[in-house]
Design a protein around this ligand. Structure first.
Ligand code: AMP
Length: 546
Protein backbone atom coordinates (compact mmCIF):
# COMPACT_ATOMS: atom_id res chain seq x y z
CA UNK A 1 0.00 0.00 0.00
CA UNK A 2 1.38 3.41 -0.93
CA UNK A 3 1.30 6.40 1.36
CA UNK A 4 -1.10 9.16 0.52
CA UNK A 5 1.14 12.17 0.66
CA UNK A 6 1.75 14.70 -2.11
CA UNK A 7 4.31 13.56 -4.61
CA UNK A 8 6.16 16.84 -4.86
CA UNK A 9 9.51 16.53 -6.68
CA UNK A 10 12.56 17.88 -4.84
CA UNK A 11 13.71 20.61 -7.23
CA UNK A 12 16.44 23.22 -6.87
CA UNK A 13 14.05 25.97 -8.03
CA UNK A 14 11.92 25.32 -4.92
CA UNK A 15 14.81 26.52 -2.70
CA UNK A 16 14.87 29.83 -4.54
CA UNK A 17 11.09 30.21 -4.50
CA UNK A 18 11.14 29.56 -0.73
CA UNK A 19 13.98 32.03 -0.12
CA UNK A 20 12.22 34.74 -2.14
CA UNK A 21 8.88 34.24 -0.39
CA UNK A 22 10.09 33.81 3.18
CA UNK A 23 13.43 35.62 3.26
CA UNK A 24 13.01 38.03 0.36
CA UNK A 25 14.76 40.95 2.03
CA UNK A 26 17.74 38.90 3.33
CA UNK A 27 20.96 40.18 1.80
CA UNK A 28 23.48 38.65 -0.57
CA UNK A 29 26.74 40.58 -0.48
CA UNK A 30 29.52 40.04 -3.01
CA UNK A 31 33.01 41.38 -3.45
CA UNK A 32 33.14 41.73 -7.21
CA UNK A 33 35.98 41.21 -9.66
CA UNK A 34 35.37 44.87 -10.54
CA UNK A 35 36.69 45.54 -6.99
CA UNK A 36 33.64 47.02 -5.26
CA UNK A 37 31.07 45.49 -2.89
CA UNK A 38 27.70 44.61 -4.38
CA UNK A 39 24.56 44.04 -2.32
CA UNK A 40 21.12 42.85 -3.13
CA UNK A 41 18.52 40.47 -1.73
CA UNK A 42 17.07 37.02 -2.30
CA UNK A 43 14.18 38.81 -4.01
CA UNK A 44 16.62 40.36 -6.50
CA UNK A 45 18.38 37.04 -6.96
CA UNK A 46 15.09 35.31 -7.78
CA UNK A 47 14.19 37.98 -10.33
CA UNK A 48 17.55 37.86 -12.09
CA UNK A 49 17.63 34.04 -12.00
CA UNK A 50 14.28 34.05 -13.82
CA UNK A 51 15.76 36.47 -16.33
CA UNK A 52 18.75 34.15 -16.71
CA UNK A 53 16.44 31.18 -17.33
CA UNK A 54 14.76 33.15 -20.13
CA UNK A 55 18.14 34.29 -21.45
CA UNK A 56 19.38 30.70 -21.68
CA UNK A 57 16.33 29.79 -23.75
CA UNK A 58 17.08 32.83 -25.90
CA UNK A 59 20.63 31.56 -26.42
CA UNK A 60 19.17 28.29 -27.69
CA UNK A 61 20.27 26.19 -24.71
CA UNK A 62 17.92 23.24 -24.37
CA UNK A 63 16.83 21.21 -21.35
CA UNK A 64 19.57 18.80 -20.30
CA UNK A 65 22.32 20.65 -22.17
CA UNK A 66 25.32 21.90 -20.23
CA UNK A 67 26.61 25.43 -19.71
CA UNK A 68 30.03 26.05 -18.18
CA UNK A 69 31.20 28.69 -15.71
CA UNK A 70 34.64 30.04 -14.88
CA UNK A 71 33.73 32.16 -11.92
CA UNK A 72 34.61 33.20 -8.39
CA UNK A 73 32.06 33.17 -5.61
CA UNK A 74 29.63 35.96 -6.44
CA UNK A 75 26.01 36.88 -7.11
CA UNK A 76 26.15 36.38 -10.87
CA UNK A 77 27.51 32.88 -10.41
CA UNK A 78 24.63 32.24 -7.98
CA UNK A 79 22.11 33.50 -10.54
CA UNK A 80 23.51 30.91 -12.94
CA UNK A 81 23.23 28.17 -10.30
CA UNK A 82 19.48 28.76 -10.14
CA UNK A 83 18.77 30.11 -13.64
CA UNK A 84 20.35 27.08 -15.31
CA UNK A 85 19.53 24.16 -12.98
CA UNK A 86 16.10 25.58 -12.15
CA UNK A 87 15.13 25.61 -15.82
CA UNK A 88 16.43 22.08 -16.47
CA UNK A 89 19.81 23.10 -17.90
CA UNK A 90 22.91 21.49 -16.31
CA UNK A 91 25.53 23.78 -14.77
CA UNK A 92 29.14 22.69 -15.25
CA UNK A 93 31.38 24.66 -12.90
CA UNK A 94 34.92 24.70 -14.27
CA UNK A 95 37.93 25.08 -11.99
CA UNK A 96 39.98 27.94 -13.48
CA UNK A 97 43.07 26.81 -11.59
CA UNK A 98 43.36 23.73 -13.80
CA UNK A 99 45.73 23.63 -16.73
CA UNK A 100 44.05 25.10 -19.86
CA UNK A 101 44.35 21.73 -21.65
CA UNK A 102 42.39 20.09 -18.84
CA UNK A 103 39.77 22.85 -18.91
CA UNK A 104 39.25 22.39 -22.63
CA UNK A 105 39.09 18.62 -22.11
CA UNK A 106 36.40 18.99 -19.42
CA UNK A 107 34.26 21.46 -21.41
CA UNK A 108 34.47 19.09 -24.38
CA UNK A 109 33.56 16.07 -22.28
CA UNK A 110 30.62 17.98 -20.79
CA UNK A 111 29.71 19.34 -24.24
CA UNK A 112 29.24 22.81 -22.78
CA UNK A 113 27.17 25.06 -25.06
CA UNK A 114 27.94 28.41 -23.46
CA UNK A 115 30.73 29.50 -21.12
CA UNK A 116 30.14 32.27 -18.60
CA UNK A 117 33.32 33.73 -17.14
CA UNK A 118 34.57 36.39 -14.74
CA UNK A 119 36.75 39.30 -15.84
CA UNK A 120 39.80 37.67 -14.20
CA UNK A 121 39.63 34.86 -16.73
CA UNK A 122 39.39 37.01 -19.88
CA UNK A 123 43.02 36.26 -20.91
CA UNK A 124 42.48 32.53 -20.26
CA UNK A 125 39.30 32.42 -22.34
CA UNK A 126 40.85 34.53 -25.11
CA UNK A 127 43.71 32.07 -25.31
CA UNK A 128 41.50 28.98 -25.37
CA UNK A 129 38.21 30.11 -27.00
CA UNK A 130 38.97 28.60 -30.40
CA UNK A 131 39.75 25.21 -28.87
CA UNK A 132 36.36 24.47 -27.27
CA UNK A 133 34.59 21.96 -29.53
CA UNK A 134 30.96 22.54 -28.53
CA UNK A 135 30.88 26.05 -27.05
CA UNK A 136 28.79 28.40 -29.20
CA UNK A 137 28.83 31.53 -27.05
CA UNK A 138 30.96 33.19 -24.42
CA UNK A 139 29.45 35.51 -21.83
CA UNK A 140 31.56 37.86 -19.71
CA UNK A 141 30.12 38.22 -16.21
CA UNK A 142 30.80 41.94 -15.88
CA UNK A 143 29.20 45.36 -16.10
CA UNK A 144 28.85 46.91 -19.54
CA UNK A 145 31.51 49.47 -18.64
CA UNK A 146 34.02 46.67 -17.97
CA UNK A 147 33.60 45.02 -21.38
CA UNK A 148 36.81 44.96 -23.44
CA UNK A 149 36.76 47.17 -26.54
CA UNK A 150 38.33 44.76 -28.97
CA UNK A 151 38.15 41.25 -27.53
CA UNK A 152 39.60 38.37 -29.50
CA UNK A 153 36.54 36.32 -28.56
CA UNK A 154 34.06 36.38 -31.46
CA UNK A 155 30.56 37.58 -30.51
CA UNK A 156 31.44 38.06 -26.83
CA UNK A 157 28.25 38.82 -24.86
CA UNK A 158 27.99 41.06 -21.80
CA UNK A 159 26.18 39.32 -18.91
CA UNK A 160 24.29 42.47 -17.98
CA UNK A 161 23.04 42.92 -21.58
CA UNK A 162 21.83 39.35 -21.51
CA UNK A 163 19.92 39.84 -18.25
CA UNK A 164 18.54 43.23 -19.28
CA UNK A 165 17.10 41.90 -22.52
CA UNK A 166 15.31 38.96 -20.85
CA UNK A 167 11.84 39.16 -19.26
CA UNK A 168 11.64 38.57 -15.51
CA UNK A 169 8.49 36.46 -15.72
CA UNK A 170 9.26 32.77 -15.75
CA UNK A 171 7.46 29.75 -14.32
CA UNK A 172 9.98 27.26 -12.98
CA UNK A 173 9.15 23.97 -14.72
CA UNK A 174 8.20 20.87 -12.74
CA UNK A 175 10.05 17.71 -13.75
CA UNK A 176 11.39 14.45 -12.33
CA UNK A 177 13.52 15.12 -9.25
CA UNK A 178 16.15 12.71 -10.59
CA UNK A 179 16.83 15.08 -13.51
CA UNK A 180 20.48 16.16 -13.77
CA UNK A 181 21.19 19.57 -12.24
CA UNK A 182 24.94 20.17 -12.23
CA UNK A 183 28.20 18.59 -13.23
CA UNK A 184 31.52 18.85 -11.35
CA UNK A 185 34.77 17.19 -12.28
CA UNK A 186 37.06 15.58 -9.72
CA UNK A 187 40.54 16.95 -9.36
CA UNK A 188 42.02 13.47 -9.86
CA UNK A 189 45.80 13.28 -9.78
CA UNK A 190 46.11 10.71 -12.56
CA UNK A 191 44.32 10.37 -15.88
CA UNK A 192 41.60 12.67 -17.13
CA UNK A 193 39.23 14.31 -14.63
CA UNK A 194 35.99 12.43 -14.05
CA UNK A 195 32.56 14.07 -14.13
CA UNK A 196 30.05 13.70 -11.31
CA UNK A 197 26.50 14.49 -12.40
CA UNK A 198 24.29 15.62 -9.53
CA UNK A 199 20.51 15.52 -9.61
CA UNK A 200 17.91 17.90 -8.21
CA UNK A 201 16.97 15.28 -5.63
CA UNK A 202 20.57 14.67 -4.49
CA UNK A 203 21.25 18.41 -4.27
CA UNK A 204 18.14 19.24 -2.24
CA UNK A 205 18.66 16.29 0.12
CA UNK A 206 22.31 17.28 0.58
CA UNK A 207 21.22 20.84 1.38
CA UNK A 208 18.84 19.53 4.05
CA UNK A 209 21.51 17.19 5.46
CA UNK A 210 24.26 19.80 5.54
CA UNK A 211 22.05 22.34 7.33
CA UNK A 212 21.32 19.98 10.25
CA UNK A 213 22.45 21.09 13.72
CA UNK A 214 25.27 18.56 13.97
CA UNK A 215 26.54 19.22 10.45
CA UNK A 216 26.78 22.93 9.57
CA UNK A 217 23.92 23.87 11.91
CA UNK A 218 22.61 26.66 9.67
CA UNK A 219 19.74 28.98 10.51
CA UNK A 220 18.06 32.18 9.31
CA UNK A 221 20.19 34.06 11.84
CA UNK A 222 23.43 32.98 10.20
CA UNK A 223 25.65 34.97 7.90
CA UNK A 224 27.42 32.48 5.67
CA UNK A 225 30.66 33.20 3.83
CA UNK A 226 31.82 30.25 1.72
CA UNK A 227 35.55 30.61 1.13
CA UNK A 228 35.49 27.28 -0.65
CA UNK A 229 34.95 28.15 -4.31
CA UNK A 230 31.70 27.61 -6.17
CA UNK A 231 33.81 25.57 -8.60
CA UNK A 232 34.88 23.16 -5.82
CA UNK A 233 31.90 20.83 -5.38
CA UNK A 234 29.37 23.67 -5.47
CA UNK A 235 31.04 25.48 -2.55
CA UNK A 236 30.12 22.42 -0.47
CA UNK A 237 26.43 23.05 -1.05
CA UNK A 238 26.28 26.44 0.71
CA UNK A 239 24.61 28.17 -2.30
CA UNK A 240 21.70 25.79 -1.64
CA UNK A 241 21.77 25.35 2.15
CA UNK A 242 21.98 29.09 2.95
CA UNK A 243 18.85 30.10 0.96
CA UNK A 244 17.10 26.96 2.23
CA UNK A 245 17.27 28.40 5.76
CA UNK A 246 17.26 32.09 4.80
CA UNK A 247 20.83 32.85 5.92
CA UNK A 248 22.57 35.96 4.61
CA UNK A 249 25.21 35.04 2.02
CA UNK A 250 28.54 36.80 1.65
CA UNK A 251 30.76 36.05 -1.35
CA UNK A 252 34.47 36.92 -1.25
CA UNK A 253 35.01 37.09 -5.04
CA UNK A 254 38.64 36.75 -6.05
CA UNK A 255 40.09 38.23 -2.82
CA UNK A 256 40.97 35.14 -0.78
CA UNK A 257 43.95 36.53 1.15
CA UNK A 258 43.75 36.69 4.95
CA UNK A 259 43.37 40.48 5.15
CA UNK A 260 40.53 40.75 2.61
CA UNK A 261 38.68 37.81 4.11
CA UNK A 262 39.01 39.15 7.64
CA UNK A 263 37.69 42.58 6.61
CA UNK A 264 34.67 41.00 4.97
CA UNK A 265 34.00 38.72 7.96
CA UNK A 266 33.95 41.75 10.24
CA UNK A 267 32.13 44.20 7.96
CA UNK A 268 29.29 41.80 7.16
CA UNK A 269 28.94 40.10 10.54
CA UNK A 270 29.81 36.64 9.22
CA UNK A 271 28.93 33.84 11.68
CA UNK A 272 29.78 30.76 9.64
CA UNK A 273 32.36 29.91 7.02
CA UNK A 274 33.79 26.92 5.17
CA UNK A 275 37.10 26.21 3.47
CA UNK A 276 40.19 24.04 3.07
CA UNK A 277 43.02 24.20 5.66
CA UNK A 278 45.46 26.00 3.34
CA UNK A 279 43.10 29.01 3.04
CA UNK A 280 42.66 29.23 6.80
CA UNK A 281 46.40 29.33 7.25
CA UNK A 282 46.50 32.71 5.51
CA UNK A 283 43.60 33.99 7.59
CA UNK A 284 45.08 32.74 10.87
CA UNK A 285 48.47 34.28 10.08
CA UNK A 286 46.77 37.64 9.41
CA UNK A 287 44.74 37.70 12.64
CA UNK A 288 47.64 36.42 14.75
CA UNK A 289 50.20 38.86 13.31
CA UNK A 290 47.85 41.82 13.77
CA UNK A 291 46.46 40.88 17.18
CA UNK A 292 42.90 40.72 15.89
CA UNK A 293 39.82 38.83 17.07
CA UNK A 294 36.67 37.71 15.27
CA UNK A 295 33.72 39.63 16.65
CA UNK A 296 30.92 37.60 15.02
CA UNK A 297 32.32 34.43 13.50
CA UNK A 298 31.55 31.52 15.79
CA UNK A 299 32.18 28.42 13.70
CA UNK A 300 33.70 27.14 10.49
CA UNK A 301 33.77 23.89 8.60
CA UNK A 302 37.29 22.89 7.62
CA UNK A 303 37.77 19.98 5.24
CA UNK A 304 38.93 18.95 1.81
CA UNK A 305 42.11 17.68 3.39
CA UNK A 306 42.99 16.84 6.99
CA UNK A 307 42.72 19.82 9.32
CA UNK A 308 45.85 19.81 11.54
CA UNK A 309 44.95 19.69 15.26
CA UNK A 310 47.16 22.76 15.77
CA UNK A 311 44.75 24.73 13.54
CA UNK A 312 41.70 23.52 15.47
CA UNK A 313 43.44 24.47 18.72
CA UNK A 314 44.32 27.97 17.43
CA UNK A 315 40.80 28.70 16.19
CA UNK A 316 39.10 27.44 19.32
CA UNK A 317 41.47 28.56 22.10
CA UNK A 318 42.74 31.87 20.72
CA UNK A 319 39.74 33.03 18.70
CA UNK A 320 36.71 31.21 20.18
CA UNK A 321 35.77 29.94 16.74
CA UNK A 322 34.44 26.39 16.78
CA UNK A 323 36.02 24.17 14.15
CA UNK A 324 33.79 21.57 12.52
CA UNK A 325 36.17 19.16 10.89
CA UNK A 326 34.38 17.76 7.84
CA UNK A 327 35.11 15.10 5.29
CA UNK A 328 33.65 14.50 1.87
CA UNK A 329 34.30 14.08 -1.81
CA UNK A 330 33.15 15.49 -5.14
CA UNK A 331 31.44 12.11 -5.60
CA UNK A 332 29.48 12.78 -2.37
CA UNK A 333 28.09 16.27 -3.12
CA UNK A 334 30.42 16.55 -0.97
CA UNK A 335 29.52 16.20 2.72
CA UNK A 336 29.84 12.79 4.38
CA UNK A 337 30.89 13.38 7.97
CA UNK A 338 31.20 16.34 10.32
CA UNK A 339 32.90 16.24 13.69
CA UNK A 340 30.34 17.43 16.24
CA UNK A 341 30.71 16.17 19.79
CA UNK A 342 28.28 13.69 21.33
CA UNK A 343 26.68 14.30 24.74
CA UNK A 344 29.21 14.05 27.53
CA UNK A 345 32.19 14.65 25.27
CA UNK A 346 32.11 18.40 25.89
CA UNK A 347 32.99 17.60 29.52
CA UNK A 348 36.07 15.56 28.58
CA UNK A 349 39.50 16.98 29.49
CA UNK A 350 40.80 19.36 26.83
CA UNK A 351 43.33 16.93 25.32
CA UNK A 352 40.73 14.17 24.97
CA UNK A 353 38.26 16.58 23.41
CA UNK A 354 40.91 17.70 20.93
CA UNK A 355 41.59 14.07 20.05
CA UNK A 356 37.91 13.68 19.10
CA UNK A 357 37.75 17.00 17.25
CA UNK A 358 40.72 16.16 15.07
CA UNK A 359 38.83 13.16 13.68
CA UNK A 360 36.80 13.65 10.51
CA UNK A 361 33.60 13.02 12.41
CA UNK A 362 30.26 11.26 12.37
CA UNK A 363 28.12 10.38 9.35
CA UNK A 364 25.29 12.78 8.56
CA UNK A 365 21.93 11.02 8.29
CA UNK A 366 21.74 9.93 4.66
CA UNK A 367 25.34 8.70 4.55
CA UNK A 368 26.06 5.12 5.49
CA UNK A 369 29.70 4.11 5.88
CA UNK A 370 31.86 1.10 6.64
CA UNK A 371 35.52 0.13 6.50
CA UNK A 372 36.65 -3.04 4.73
CA UNK A 373 39.81 -5.10 4.32
CA UNK A 374 41.36 -5.87 0.92
CA UNK A 375 38.93 -8.79 0.47
CA UNK A 376 35.93 -6.56 1.14
CA UNK A 377 35.22 -7.95 4.63
CA UNK A 378 33.77 -5.40 7.02
CA UNK A 379 36.14 -4.34 9.82
CA UNK A 380 35.27 -3.51 13.44
CA UNK A 381 34.56 0.00 14.73
CA UNK A 382 37.23 0.01 17.44
CA UNK A 383 39.02 3.26 16.58
CA UNK A 384 42.20 1.32 15.76
CA UNK A 385 41.57 -1.04 12.86
CA UNK A 386 41.97 0.71 9.52
CA UNK A 387 40.55 -0.24 6.15
CA UNK A 388 39.18 1.30 2.98
CA UNK A 389 36.20 3.55 3.62
CA UNK A 390 33.06 2.71 1.64
CA UNK A 391 29.92 4.87 1.54
CA UNK A 392 26.39 4.80 0.22
CA UNK A 393 23.49 7.24 0.26
CA UNK A 394 21.11 9.39 -1.82
CA UNK A 395 23.68 12.12 -2.51
CA UNK A 396 26.50 9.74 -3.40
CA UNK A 397 27.39 9.00 -7.02
CA UNK A 398 26.90 5.60 -8.62
CA UNK A 399 28.48 6.20 -12.02
CA UNK A 400 30.82 8.77 -13.54
CA UNK A 401 29.56 10.99 -16.36
CA UNK A 402 30.13 9.60 -19.85
CA UNK A 403 31.34 6.25 -18.49
CA UNK A 404 29.43 3.03 -18.76
CA UNK A 405 31.02 1.13 -15.92
CA UNK A 406 29.42 0.89 -12.49
CA UNK A 407 31.58 2.80 -9.97
CA UNK A 408 30.18 0.81 -7.04
CA UNK A 409 31.29 -2.36 -5.28
CA UNK A 410 28.38 -4.68 -4.50
CA UNK A 411 28.17 -6.54 -1.19
CA UNK A 412 26.68 -10.00 -0.54
CA UNK A 413 23.23 -8.45 -0.09
CA UNK A 414 23.60 -6.74 -3.47
CA UNK A 415 23.90 -3.24 -2.00
CA UNK A 416 26.22 -0.94 -3.91
CA UNK A 417 28.97 0.92 -2.00
CA UNK A 418 31.18 3.68 -3.35
CA UNK A 419 34.86 2.95 -2.59
CA UNK A 420 36.29 6.27 -1.46
CA UNK A 421 39.97 5.45 -1.87
CA UNK A 422 40.46 6.74 1.68
CA UNK A 423 41.86 4.64 4.51
CA UNK A 424 40.11 5.18 7.83
CA UNK A 425 39.34 3.89 11.29
CA UNK A 426 35.91 4.27 12.94
CA UNK A 427 35.56 4.31 16.73
CA UNK A 428 32.81 2.85 18.92
CA UNK A 429 30.93 6.17 18.86
CA UNK A 430 30.96 6.26 15.04
CA UNK A 431 33.67 8.95 14.73
CA UNK A 432 35.63 8.29 11.55
CA UNK A 433 39.28 9.21 11.20
CA UNK A 434 41.09 9.28 7.87
CA UNK A 435 44.64 8.01 8.08
CA UNK A 436 45.50 8.26 4.40
CA UNK A 437 44.54 8.04 0.78
CA UNK A 438 45.12 4.42 -0.31
CA UNK A 439 47.68 5.82 -2.77
CA UNK A 440 49.53 7.78 -0.08
CA UNK A 441 49.87 5.08 2.59
CA UNK A 442 53.48 4.37 3.56
CA UNK A 443 54.13 0.61 3.69
CA UNK A 444 57.14 -0.06 5.90
CA UNK A 445 58.04 -3.75 6.05
CA UNK A 446 54.46 -4.59 5.09
CA UNK A 447 52.98 -2.47 7.94
CA UNK A 448 51.07 0.75 7.24
CA UNK A 449 52.15 4.14 8.54
CA UNK A 450 49.65 7.01 8.43
CA UNK A 451 51.13 9.99 6.61
CA UNK A 452 48.35 12.26 7.93
CA UNK A 453 49.20 11.44 11.57
CA UNK A 454 52.85 12.35 10.99
CA UNK A 455 51.95 15.57 9.15
CA UNK A 456 49.57 16.61 11.94
CA UNK A 457 52.35 16.20 14.52
CA UNK A 458 54.88 18.13 12.43
CA UNK A 459 52.38 20.94 11.82
CA UNK A 460 52.01 21.30 15.58
CA UNK A 461 55.57 22.74 15.67
CA UNK A 462 55.26 26.54 15.87
CA UNK A 463 57.83 27.11 13.09
CA UNK A 464 56.21 24.76 10.59
CA UNK A 465 53.83 26.21 8.01
CA UNK A 466 53.11 23.00 6.12
CA UNK A 467 54.36 19.42 6.21
CA UNK A 468 53.93 16.54 3.80
CA UNK A 469 54.94 12.99 4.51
CA UNK A 470 55.63 10.64 1.62
CA UNK A 471 57.06 7.17 1.16
CA UNK A 472 60.73 7.05 0.16
CA UNK A 473 62.37 3.89 -1.10
CA UNK A 474 64.27 1.85 1.50
CA UNK A 475 66.32 -1.25 0.61
CA UNK A 476 65.28 -3.17 3.72
CA UNK A 477 61.79 -1.90 4.60
CA UNK A 478 60.68 -1.15 1.06
CA UNK A 479 59.21 2.22 2.08
CA UNK A 480 60.02 4.58 4.94
CA UNK A 481 58.49 7.99 5.81
CA UNK A 482 60.22 11.07 4.45
CA UNK A 483 59.00 14.35 5.92
CA UNK A 484 59.03 17.49 3.78
CA UNK A 485 58.71 20.69 5.75
CA UNK A 486 57.92 24.23 4.67
CA UNK A 487 58.76 26.74 7.41
CA UNK A 488 56.84 29.87 8.33
CA UNK A 489 58.51 33.08 7.02
CA UNK A 490 61.50 34.10 9.16
CA UNK A 491 61.50 30.88 11.22
CA UNK A 492 64.41 28.49 11.60
CA UNK A 493 64.49 25.00 13.04
CA UNK A 494 66.78 21.99 12.71
CA UNK A 495 66.02 18.52 11.43
CA UNK A 496 66.52 17.08 14.92
CA UNK A 497 64.15 19.63 16.47
CA UNK A 498 61.45 18.57 14.04
CA UNK A 499 62.08 14.89 14.73
CA UNK A 500 61.90 15.53 18.48
CA UNK A 501 58.18 16.37 18.02
CA UNK A 502 57.47 12.71 17.34
CA UNK A 503 59.03 11.40 20.56
CA UNK A 504 56.45 9.60 22.66
CA UNK A 505 53.65 10.52 20.23
CA UNK A 506 53.99 7.65 17.76
CA UNK A 507 55.62 4.22 17.77
CA UNK A 508 59.39 4.53 17.23
CA UNK A 509 59.18 2.81 13.85
CA UNK A 510 56.74 5.47 12.63
CA UNK A 511 59.22 8.33 13.16
CA UNK A 512 60.29 9.71 9.74
CA UNK A 513 63.74 8.58 8.57
CA UNK A 514 64.55 11.98 7.20
CA UNK A 515 63.40 15.60 7.10
CA UNK A 516 63.95 17.84 4.08
CA UNK A 517 63.18 21.57 4.23
CA UNK A 518 61.52 22.84 1.09
CA UNK A 519 60.61 26.35 -0.09
CA UNK A 520 57.12 25.31 -1.14
CA UNK A 521 54.83 22.31 -1.15
CA UNK A 522 52.95 21.99 -4.45
CA UNK A 523 49.19 22.46 -4.10
CA UNK A 524 46.54 21.26 -6.54
CA UNK A 525 43.62 23.18 -8.02
CA UNK A 526 41.54 22.82 -4.85
CA UNK A 527 44.33 23.59 -2.37
CA UNK A 528 45.38 20.01 -1.56
CA UNK A 529 49.01 18.92 -1.27
CA UNK A 530 50.08 17.16 -4.44
CA UNK A 531 51.87 14.14 -3.03
CA UNK A 532 52.24 12.51 -6.43
CA UNK A 533 54.36 15.50 -7.49
CA UNK A 534 56.41 15.29 -4.29
CA UNK A 535 56.98 11.56 -4.78
CA UNK A 536 58.20 12.33 -8.28
CA UNK A 537 60.48 15.12 -7.01
CA UNK A 538 61.99 12.93 -4.27
CA UNK A 539 62.00 9.65 -6.21
CA UNK A 540 65.80 9.39 -5.95
CA UNK A 541 66.10 10.72 -2.41
CA UNK A 542 68.58 8.61 -0.43
CA UNK A 543 67.48 8.14 3.16
CA UNK A 544 70.26 8.33 5.80
CA UNK A 545 69.04 4.97 7.10
CA UNK A 546 69.27 3.26 3.71
P1 AMP B 1 37.74 16.13 -3.72
O1 AMP B 1 36.73 15.29 -4.36
O2 AMP B 1 38.71 16.72 -4.70
O3 AMP B 1 37.15 17.14 -2.82
O4 AMP B 1 38.64 15.17 -2.81
C1 AMP B 1 38.09 14.28 -1.89
C2 AMP B 1 39.20 13.70 -1.05
O5 AMP B 1 39.77 14.71 -0.22
C3 AMP B 1 38.74 12.64 -0.07
O6 AMP B 1 38.57 11.39 -0.67
C4 AMP B 1 39.88 12.68 0.94
O7 AMP B 1 41.00 11.95 0.50
C5 AMP B 1 40.25 14.14 0.98
N1 AMP B 1 39.60 14.78 2.13
C6 AMP B 1 38.50 15.52 2.16
N2 AMP B 1 38.25 15.98 3.40
C7 AMP B 1 39.22 15.49 4.19
C8 AMP B 1 39.53 15.58 5.59
N3 AMP B 1 38.81 16.30 6.43
N4 AMP B 1 40.62 14.91 6.03
C9 AMP B 1 41.40 14.18 5.20
N5 AMP B 1 41.16 14.07 3.89
C10 AMP B 1 40.09 14.71 3.38
Amino acid sequence: MLGQMMNQPLLISSILVHAERHHGSREIVSRRTEGDIHRYTYRDLARRARQMANALTGLGVETGQRVGTLGWNGYRHLELYYGSSGSGVVLNTLNPRLHPDQLVWIADDAEDQVIFFDLTFLPLVEATAARFRTVRQFVLMADKSAMPQDSKIPGLICYEDLIESAPDQYDWPLFDENTASSLCYTSGTTGNPKGVLYSHRSTVLHAYGSALPDSCGLSARDVVLPVVPMFHVNAWGTPFSAPLVGAKLVFPGPALDGKSLYELFEAEGVTFSAGVPTVWQGLLAHVEDNDLQFSTMNRTVIGGSACPPAMIEAFESKFSVQVLHGWGMTEMSPLGTVCALKPGQEKLPHSEQMAVKSKQGRAIFGVDMKIVDTDGNELPWDGKTTGELMVRGPWIMQQYFNRDDDALVHDAAGLGWFPTGDVAAIDEDGFMQITDRTKDVIKSGGEWISSIDLENIAMGHPAVAMAACIAAHHPKWDERPLLLVMLKPGKAVTRDEVLACFEGRVARWWVPDDVVFVDAIPLGATGKMQKNKLREMFRDHRLPTA
